[in-house]
Every structure is written in C-alpha cells, then in structure tokens.
Design a binder for this molecule. Sequence first.
Ligand code: NOJ
Length: 739
Amino acid sequence: MKEEKLLKLLESLSWTEKVGQLVQLSGEFFNTSALTVGPQQKLGISDNMLKHVGSVLNVAGAANTKEIQQQYLEKSSHKIPLLFMADIIYGYRTVFPIPLGLGATWNPDLVKEAYTVIGKEAQSGGAHVTFAPMVDLVRDARWGRCLESTGEDSFLNSAFASAMVSGLQQDLDKQEGIASCVKHFAAYGAAEGGREYNTVDMSERKLRQDYLPSYKAAVDAGCKLVMTSFNTYDGVPVTGNQFILKDILRDEWGFDGVIISDYAAVRELIDHGIAEDNKEAAYLAINATNDIDMKSPCYANELEPLLNEGRIDGKLIDQAVLRVLKLKNDLGLFEDPFRRATEEKEKETLLKEEHRALAKKVTAESIVLLKNEHGLLPLDPQTDKKILLVGPYGDNQELIGLWAVHGKTTDTISIKTGIESYLKPENFHVEKGCDMLESYEFLGEFGATKDMIDSLSMSDEEKAMHLDHALREARSADIIIFAMGEHTMQSGEAGSRTDICLPQIQRAFMKQLIELGKKTILISISGRPLVLTEEAETIDAIMQVWFPGTEGGHAIADVLFGKTNPSGRLSMSFPYSVGQLPLYYSEFKTGRPLTSSTHSGRFVSKYLDSPNAPLFPFGYGLNYSSVQYSDLTLSDTTMSDELLINVTIKNSSSIDCLETVQLYIQDVVGSVVRPVKELKQFKKLSIAGNTTATVQFILTRDELKYYTHSMDYDVETGSFIVFVGPNSEETLEASFQLV
Ligand code: NOJ
C-alpha cells in the first residue's frame, strides 16, 4: 500500500480503532471461534476494544494464525490485519543452541545463516514478528537470562545483534523471514544482584560505552521494532523513560519503527511507584513514545480519556498508530494477511534436512572444551575400552532450553543417540545414575501440579537402585562420561539463582564415581556460566555444551570422537566463585591493582577467599591441535589513522583447527578511567595441521574512540597497548602512541 493510502486509512479510523492498533493481547483472547470473554474481563478490557486490538502475542502455527486472522478480518470494518508476534528466540522448530552458545561460536556469519533459517521457519508458521534478538549485555551469571544473550562484551554482542537481525529480516519484502524486535531496551542485563526484574542503576557513560552499542547495532541493521525493558534507568522505568526511548532511541538514533512495551510493563509503572493508576501509566508510556502496550489494560482503557481531557495530543496517538500501520504494510499484510503461510508450506519448511545440518554445524561451533587433561579427548571410536555414559542428561532429549517454546524435545538428538553412532554396542553402556534435582518443588511456581512434581521425583528406592547400577557399571568401565547440568527451568526468564554450581545431587553422585579412579569426562549443560571449580580439579575433561538444541547429541558426539575439532570460545567469563559476580574481563583499572600495586599483601583490590580471576576467562576454549602465537609486530610505534598488526600462528599438530584470534587494546591514560582490556577485533580462521598462518589486523583511529570526560565520543592521544591471543588472558603485547 502506498504511504498516501496508509495516511488516508489512518484518517478514517475512529479513536477507539486507533487505540486498538496500540494494544497487544495474547492468544487466549482470540483462540475460540467466538472471541473469548473471560480473560478480557480479568484484564478489564471492553468487548468493543477487543474487536479492534491490533496484534496478538505468542500464537503461532499456520493453521492457528490463519483461523484467527480470518475471523478477525470478517468482523473488522477497515480490514486492517492482525500482527502475530511471538517469542522465537533461537529456533522455531529447528532449535539452535541457546544464544550464550551462539556467542561462543564467535562466528556472526554462521549465526546469520541460523537466523535466516529461523525466520523462514517462523514465517511458514504464520509469525510476523519475533521478539528477538535479545542483545542485553550480561555480566552476572546469577541472572537466568544470560541464556538469551551472546555474552559480556559489547563489541562481540554488537556483531551478533547485527547478524541476527539481518538473518531474520532477510528477504522480508519477498515475504520470507520475519520482522525483528530487539530487546530489552535498555541495559536489562545489569539488573542488580542478577535478580530478575530488578533495578538497574549506572552512569550514563557506562550505559553508552558498554550497554547501548548492541541495541544500536540492531537498529542500524534495520530491526523493525524495539521492546522496552522492565528495569529502571536513573530512577525511571524504561517504559516511561523519555531519556531512553525518546531522546536516545528516537531522536539520537533516528529509530522510527515500533516500540512495544514488555509484558504488562506499562501497568507495572504503578508497581514501580511512578504512576498512581492505569491512566498515569498510559500517560507516561505514550509520552515516552512507546507505541504498543503489551498485555495491559492501560492504553486500551485510558488513552481515549486522556485525549478527551486534553492531556495528550491526538498527534501522539496518530504517530504511534502510523508506525504500527507502516509495519503491517512493510510486511505486506494488506496485500496478503497470511504472508504466504500455509499448512503445506509449513510442513515442507520445518525441520528440513538442511536446517538440521546447519543446526549441527552451529552447535558444533558453540561447544567449548574447557579442560582436556593428558589429551583424554578425542576418544577413539575404534577403542576397545569400556565407556559408561551416566547422568540425568545422558539419555534425555530435553536439550533445547527454556525459550524454545515452539521446538519439540521429541525432535532432539540425545547424547546417548549421538554416541551410539560411534561405538560398538558392547563397549558402550548408559545409566541414569542420579536424579536431576534434589527437589522439583520449585516447578510449582511454573504451573506444575503436585502430581506432576511427584511423578518427576525419584523415590529413595529408585535413587538407591540407580546409584547401585551406575556404581556397578562404573567399576568395570575405563572411561566415565557424565552428562550433567541445570534443569531447563533453572535458567531463562525468572531463573535467577544464587547457587550456580551443578545441582547438589549430581555433584554428590559424581564424587562417588570419581573416587573409583577412572578417566572422567563432564558434558556440562547449562543456560549460564556455572561455577565448575570443583569439577575442574577432579575431572579429566570438561565440555561446555549449553542447551545445544535439536542436533545436540550429534554435535556433542562429533566433538567427543574428534570428527569436529572444538572451536568454541567463551563469550562470558566462568566464575571461580559466585561471590565474584558481576565478573567480566574488561573491568576498569583500580588504584590498587592486584599484580602491579605498590601496596602489598592485604591492601590491594582482591578477595581474601577467592582469586580475582575467573575460573575460565572470556575468549577461552581449547582444541585438539597445538597452537602457538608469536611475533606480534606493529607497522609503527606511532599511529595517526591506522596501524597494521601482525601475528604468527603456528599449528604444530597434524590436526586442522578453527582458531579465533582476538585483538584487545588498553588505552593507558584517559581523561576518565579506561578498561584493562577491550576487544576490538577478532578473526576466526582455519589453520591446517602443521602450517603457520600470519594474521593481520588493521586497527583504525575510530576504533579507539570512547566517551571522554566531556562525554564526547572521541579519541585521546597517548599510549596504547595492543594484546593479541587466543583468549583475554593469554596474550602477546606491544605498544604504540596515538598522535
Ligand atoms: C516477557 C519477556 O521479558 C520478554 O522477553 C518476552 O518477549 C515477553 N514476555 C513476551 O513473551
């Protein structure tokens, strides 16, 4: 539809119809042949408003969306189609690893391919918008939503944000792919104490330097929507925060797409205590240029009264409605309200062989080898050694994590199935060994009934029997593989925890088997960095596999048996102890640094009972090759516009590898304190066995800019240190002067 026609359409709408476009309700409001009454009464929305509601939350499937759209349009006087928005975070039916695993690939191009597939599958299932990517910077592993983020570094996150948006929106105009809604704007990852829905308070400098770049990258990549975050910024919840939404997002960045509140976040302005009632909440949110109110009665019931009382200008509503109509138009909904989604197309598209193959490739690159004592891995598939797989994740398809709501665990390849394809049956045995958790009571909060909880828990007899079987098999095994990890419900939204070790019951079980003195391997499954300090001391090899997705078992087995040389690198530090959190490599220099302070002993910046350093640092990951870095050289000792940085990397093993070469800098003296290291570039390249590669980076002046004391985004001349290495800790160093 041409813009002119769109404006005419806008003009022809009554205020109630306009407001309807700014309201989003979930599936239960729409999914019977007659529009339902119960939920809307509960929310306090009138029958009349329900007819005009412009978008639907979390309904997917070609048949479902088609039925709802058809019924809606039949009753609608202006025939403005509904928008279907859903949480399709890291896979629709083909599920990729959780984003923290995607971050560990350090391969934005590959991740873009994954999001193109996600967009295609979601489009075939009738979705128009996905609430993805989530690009919140995460530095506190207690927060369950680390699962949804690509990690702790703003440069790396920005590369992924851009790749994910481009992948999802690829060929949007050809009605392929879906619109991307980046979230949660802004700084939601900095929730105090890692506690979900909690306050964020930080300087504007930190906000701009560390937290905003990934959202900006998504906006620059053309994301069509932005979702507000639940948190406060400088005392004002973002959904009503004009500085964040209007000044930064709209005015500075020129974002003219749709802003949607997070779930009920408009109404929650009351709970935050900055609005007295629904009307004030609506007033604050619309004035902050929030367009759509997700799942709250505030806009539906209060925008018209606010208009009639002359408290808001009709233009404010018109602008918001126009943005929503434009989005519908950009998606081609006026021409085809179903956007070519049919049940046939859906069937053809979901879980295609090539999608599975891509998922396997991505998962393989997401796996991080954390420890490999005496080269225990890879295992020889021809081995005559006896291998025992134990633990609650051994024979288990629950590998897709919390936010893969449209995925099916029944499609998932278990670790057992993956390993079976490598080993002779007589050499391979599987035992559950122990329960996943000591108690499943917490699932009650997620709607599980007492019966469901009881059916999950093992009785004492069952526990004893499983332990007995596992011990018996372990005694005659040569190698024990533990498949251990968090329960799906222990990470993701509302999954904050203060104890982020493996569940106690699993640790106690492992201890008993480790005492047998066999070779041991841990496959660690989690939605966050866990504290693996004890395991790192007692287990020979550790693989971090996240929630690996539909092809998890295959990809894990390929790494175990050396078909894949692991290349994943952590995009978030793994703490030594939970007490270190928040923890990140790019911390500010302190006045009393641990290693170079003139103060001694106690009086430096440190803990008395824990190292400062993480257990496994940002950028870290092993492989099966032997790789050495040498000869870091700079093209000059001074830099004005750019500097060439060369490093030699030798693969002295016969095994080809994918190496992620990381370039960090330190701005030695600034007008404000600068981080000890900042990632500026990285290159993931393949290095054949027994060859040497020279890697060149071109560092430009622009990359040295930061928010100076006067808040200008600019460079300051002076000394810089360059660090190049395989992770943020093991680096070669050189220095130059910026002139
Ligand atoms: C709340 C979550 O914070 C957000 O990430 C999600 O997209 C919405 N609910 C919609 O389900």
